[in-house]
Design a protein around this ligand. Structure first.
Ligand SMILES: Cc1cc2nc3c(=O)[nH]c(=O)nc-3n(C[C@H](O)[C@H](O)[C@H](O)COP(=O)(O)OP(=O)(O)OC[C@H]3O[C@@H](n4cnc5c(N)ncnc54)[C@H](O)[C@@H]3O)c2cc1C
Ligand SMILES: NC(=O)C1=CN([C@@H]2O[C@H](COP(=O)(O)OP(=O)(O)OC[C@H]3O[C@@H](n4cnc5c(N)ncnc54)[C@H](OP(=O)(O)O)[C@@H]3O)[C@@H](O)[C@H]2O)C=CC1
Ligand SMILES: O=C(O)C(=O)Cc1c[nH]c2ccccc12
Length: 405
């Protein structure tokens, strides 16, 4: 006899979707839906949370800003409002996303956690907790940052204080006057440590590996923009050499602050591994002045603090895990080997946007919102070509049916 849950599933309704199913209503999902709309192609956007851009609305800290200038973080077909600053705040970015969805009349179906998607007998069957959606096309837009990475550090579960991942961190206000262990030194670790300083907390940031820290700007121009411009003329290695030269000039050596640089240059490393260089927004000065303490790798967490690899032992009130994010695609996309076990497309950029049998992926380029914009346009164009053929077939079929009658 089937269980209650099985019975419920058997009775689950199936809905045929006219147009592609897009999983995820973040910037990537919305960008594809908008580009499809532009070609008069309908789509259905399924979102697990109750709002668009949920990463930005629900899982980021208050003082977050875009760290690249707005022209590099723009979605296709609609620019940022002119009055927005060069680096929009998180709230401005969310308002841009909301206007974007409104402008293209995109109305995602919320609270639809996609649990399984599979290509069966020539169609995509996409199951959420309460419905099965069926379509010829599936667009994966669940993001590179779908789930927090929670490291297995010995003793973490016996720590008496508060432990939070950066996806749950809002403001240093909650940690004021506390001694806080921040694990991780990517952009999140650096920004959270800086935020903690601004609330009179005492952050100790764990740096277990090498890291590139770059100035956000070089003589008033964004470092990222300069790198992009130079790369039009110069090989990446030379671009990296120039960026590192300027960084050392502006920031000084980071090595003697405990921030060893990787051997590979910053942009090349980003392209190969996805590891984003830190674009410094003020944390480095706090490290220099001793307000952010750089710590070695953690050996174990104790009830009141941590023991470090170099033998130090310190007490902490709270721990912030700035340990990054991961894709969740392997949990729900079945029967396809398009993605690696880590949930990233096997084919590297720029060829990772299209799979077999009407499968597409957007926002898995390790190139931020710029990558999203480029994927979205390609996907919509590709589907539009098939849509036209489909329509012609539909017309032929319907005239055939009419002739038969
Ligand atoms: C703190 C932070 C700051 C960043 N800042 C920048 C920046 O300044 N510039 C830049 O270019 N990039 C930045 N990024 C990179 C970031 O990935 C992009 O900005 C952008 O959010 C990616 O959009 P996305 O739609 O691909 O993914 P997301 O924004 O993560 O959206 C994916 C959506 O899919 C939904 N979803 C996931 N799984 C399921 C499921 N199984 N079923 C249904 N729905 C699901 C999620 O709820 C989410 O709403 C930042 C990332 C982080 C974490
Ligand atoms: N707009 C903005 O200002 C911001 C943008 N972002 C973006 O969000 C994305 C995610 O960034 P972020 O959250 O920093 O994640 P990242 O993956 O970039 O960084 C994770 C960090 O955690 C470290 N780490 C992981 N596990 C452990 C462990 N067990 N012990 C010690 N250290 C550990 C990693 O070290 P290791 O290298 O050794 O693995 C790395 O330093 C990036 O693309 C980033 O650019 C984030 C914050 C702000
Ligand atoms: O914010 C991010 O994580 C991004 O992915 C944006 C981005 C794409 N390529 C880069 C190179 C250097 C710094 C940030 C980025």
């Amino acid at each position: 006899m089937g269980s209650c849950k099985e019975e419920e599933r058997k009775q689950q309704k199936s809905v045929w979707v006219h147009g592609p199913i897009i999983v995820g209503a973040g910037p990537s999902g919305l960008a594809v839906a908008a580009c499809l709309k532009q070609s008069q192609i309908p789509s259905l956007v399924l979102e697990r949370s109750d709002c668009i851009a949920s990463l930005w609305q629900q899982r980021t800290y208050d003082r977050l800003k875009l760290h690249l200038p707005k022209q590099f973080c723009q979605l296709p077909l609609l620019d940022y409002p002119k009055h927005f600053p060069k680096y929009p705040t998180k709230h401005q970015f969310i308002s841009y996303m909301e206007s974007y969805a409104k402008h293209f009349c995109i109305e995602p179906k919320f609270k639809q956690l996609v649990e399984k998607a599979e290509f069966v007998n020539g169609i995509w069957r996409v199951k959420s907790q309460d419905c099965e959606y069926i379509s010829k096309w599936l667009v994966v837009a669940t993001g590179e940052n779908a789930e927090p990475v929670i490291p297995q550090i010995q003793g973490l579960d016996r720590f008496n204080g508060n432990v939070v991942h950066t996806s749950g961190y809002k403001s240093g206000y909650e940690f004021r006057k506390q001694k806080v262990l921040v694990v991780g030194c990517g952009n999140s670790g650096m920004e959270v440590s800086l935020d903690l300083c601004r609330h009179n907390a005492s952050p100790h940031m764990v740096v277990r590996n090498s890291v590139h820290v770059l100035p956000r700007e070089i003589f008033g121009c964004s470092t990222f923009g300069i790198a992009m411009a130079l790369h039009k003329w110069l090989p990446l290695r030379l671009v990296d050499k120039f960026i590192l030269l300027m960084s050392n000039l502006i920031l000084g050596s980071t090595e003697n602050l405990g921030l060893r640089r990787p051997e590979t240059g910053p942009i090349e490393l980003k392209n190969i591994t996805g590891k984003t260089p830190v674009l410094d927004g003020g944390a480095l000065n706090q490290i220099k002045s001793g307000n952010i303490k750089v710590m070695e790798e953690v050996k174990e967490i104790t009830r009141n603090g941590a023991k470090f690899m170099d033998g130090q032992e310190k007490e902490f009130d709270s721990i912030v895990l700035a340990t990054g994010y991961k894709s969740n695609v392997p949990f729900w996309l079945k029967g396809s080997d398009f993605f690696t076990e880590q949930g990233m497309p096997r084919r590297p950029f720029p060829n990772g946007w299209k799979g077999e049998n009407g499968l597409y992926t957007v926002g898995f380029t390790r190139r931020g919102l710029l990558g999203t914009a480029s994927d979205a346009i390609k996907i919509a164009n590709d589907i539009a070509d098939q849509w036209k053929i489909n329509k012609e077939w539909d017309n032929i079929c319907s005239s055939y049916v009419i002739l038969q009658i």
